[in-house]
Design a protein around this ligand. Structure first.
Ligand code: ADP
Length: 576
């Protein structure tokens, strides 16, 4: 730590110890990577404020800057003020570049603006980062918006910070600096406080002696920010992390350059200016996922236990979930199998991240996404529980299920898709809709009690009815909507047979083949499936429900049922 900074900490030690609430500050410092979870644990067991300051005195300049930024973000403006004069200058060897275009100039600009550092465990995602940079270059000559859009925990914030960690980009496009603001779900008064402290931070950095009244309303804050961004910080980038609401965005509609992360695609519809978008669609591939686990557990990827690959698969490439498990394994390195089983049983709730993430676990993040839907849409969304994994359906099917006009259904589905709650396959006409595996798991998990209830008490009599409506009537609706192609792939899928048989027994399935067979025009498969059901009818009524793939493997080799079962068995064998 630089001498000046050290002296400053010592001088104001007492005041700082009295006033700060360390736990929030530590969250920021951990996410900046200047403090470890272990250090946090240790501090928690002592007089926290004193212990934190002691730790800071033993750390470097980055920790001091991070602590300063944390004070600003937690609205301790007066305390930050005390530390400001002695902020270390990290500009000296500014042009010593590391391989990724990050220099100490870059680091100084980013920490000055409160951009979080890389997570302690970090893997690169060059394609996405380049896409974002490419869009940011559009903001070189004119103001506008770049939106990073994707599911909860898909790594949007990390990508946003990574994209600006580049000397050339900052120099060419944003010489005025990069300013980070974490937004999240908040009410208007909190938003005002955030903008107040942003304005304060911007004014502080100007070294001007002029004193400005704190803006007291959102309108006033907007004007103040407009002035600062246009006059004092031209050609700078404002990063708004995790925006939920377009009313929040409107406050920033001031003709400046903005990069934002969100789960809600259509947010920028309501603001003016040029708009660009990058979608974080796919998760991490297996290799990257394993790399994260290897880094957490301090092993080489090839030295990971056999459960590692299955864990990555269960996490469906979600950086958040893989990291959650990685962090747990770091603490308890002999629990690979245990956590794999927890994941398989979808006990996400037990898997908590130590700190610095707004949501305890992915399911809370998903629940939050659903909660912001209008109430009647929440109910409709829950109906999607009975969608099948990897089955894509057109709006028409839902219009029958929900008993709504097709146009209304399309609007609702668009809303879900824009909030990252649903995926659209727009390559086909009409569009097809489907859920991400994690979302489906989440919904099924949420509605599990309903399912169990049904198994125990027989057919439901009241509200539960709706939940099973789908499985019961999907074929009927599809036939009625003349979706014979979709009906075909549904009815001749072993997975569907297994789901429907598990909930309703084999009889309604056989009935389906009799009833809709003529539309399907595929005599052989129809016979194969009907035979399988009649031969195994007794077993399919047993509870616990038997392994359908096992049963199907005893069908004749030429049967379509056997073919699918074999394929699944092979997949199971290869994934362990
Ligand atoms: P989002 O903003 O999409 O909700 P974040 O960017 O906050 O997601 O990422 C969530 C968590 O996932 C991070 O806290 C980190 O643990 C992990 N993570 C995200 N991206 C990466 C990455 N590239 N390498 C390692 N871990 C990552």
């Amino acid at each position: 730590l630089e001498e000046g900074a050290r002296a400053c900490l010592l001088r104001f030690r007492q005041r700082l110890e009295q006033d700060i609430k360390p736990s929030y500050l530590m969250d920021h410092m951990i996410s900046d990577g200047v403090m470890t979870g272990d250090e946090e644990e240790r501090i928690r067991t002592q007089d926290q404020a004193a212990a934190l300051l002691e730790l800071l005195l033993g750390k470097g300049n980055c920790a001091y800057i991070s602590f300063y930024n944390a004070l600003i973000r937690e609205a301790y403006d007066d305390l930050a003020n005390l530390l400001h004069a002695d902020l270390p200058q990290v500009l000296s060897d500014a042009h010593k570049s590391s391989s990724d275009g990050s220099t100490s100039y870059v680091q100084a600009v980013l920490s000055e603006g409160g951009v979080p550092q890389r997570p302690v465990v970090f893997v690169s995602r060059p394609e996405l980062v380049n896409q974002i940079r490419e869009k940011l270059y559009h903001l070189q000559k004119e103001s506008g918006w770049v939106t990073i859009f994707g599911m909860a925990g898909s790594g949007k914030s990390v990508l946003a910070a990574e994209a600006v960690r580049n000397h050339g980009l900052i120099e060419e496009c944003f010489p005025g600096g990069i300013h980070w603001l974490s937004i999240g779900q908040l009410e208007k008064p909190d938003l005002l406080v955030k903008i107040q402290s942003l304005c304060f931070r911007l004014e502080q950095s100007l070294d001007s002696q002029s004193f400005h009244r704190t803006p007291n309303s959102l309108d006033e804050a907007k004007e103040r920010l407009r002035f600062l961004m246009l006059r004092r910080y031209p050609r700078s980038l404002l990063i708004l992390d995790d925006i939920w609401d377009s009313t929040v965005l409107k406050v920033f509609d001031i003709q400046c350059r903005i990069l934002l992360t969100t789960r809600n695609r259509s947010l920028t519809d309501s603001v003016s200016g040029a708009k660009h978008e990058v979608e974080v669609e796919s998760g991490l591939d297996d290799k990257k996922g394993l790399e994260i686990l290897a880094l957490y557990t301090n092993t080489k990827p090839q030295g990971l236990p056999e459960e590692a690959r299955s864990i990555v698969r269960e996490c469906k490439g979600s950086p958040l979930v893989v990291s959650l498990i990685g962090a747990l394994l770091k603490e308890k390195p002999n629990r690979w199998r245990y956590y794999l089983i927890q994941l398989q049983q979808k006990q996400f709730k037990r898997i908590r991240k130590s700190s610095s993430y707004d949501y305890d676990a992915l399911d809370q993040a998903m629940a939050a996404s659903i909660e912001v839907l209008p109430e009647e849409h929440q109910e409709l969304y829950k109906d999607l529980t009975v969608l099948e994994k990897d089955v894509k359906i057109p709006a028409k099917v839902l219009s029958i299920l929900w008993d709504l006009e097709l146009e209304d259904v399309e609007d609702i589905l668009e809303e879900f898709a824009n909030k990252s709650l649903l995926f659209v396959d727009s390559h086909s006409k009409p569009y097809l809709y489907y859920l991400h595996d994690l979302q489906l798991d989440f919904l099924v998990e949420q509605n599990r009690t309903q399912l169990e209830h049904f198994y125990r008490d027989g057919p439901p009599t009241s509200g539960d009815e709706e939940c099973f409506y789908w499985i019961r009537f999907l074929t009927y609706h599809m036939a009625k909507a003349n979706l014979s192609k979709e009906l075909y792939s549904l009815m001749f899928s072993l997975d569907w047979v297994s789901i429907k048989a598990q909930i309703m027994g084999p009889a309604p399935l056989i009935n389906d083949y009799v009833e809709y067979g003529p539309i399907l025009d595929e005599e052989v498969s129809r016979q194969n499936f009907t035979e399988f059901l009649s031969l195994n009818g007794h077993q399919l009524e047993q509870r616990p429900f038997p392994d359908v793939v096992q049963l199907a493997l005893s069908q004749p080799y030429a049967s379509e049922v056997y073919r699918q079962a074999l394929q699944q068995a092979q997949e199971r064998a290869s994934t362990g």
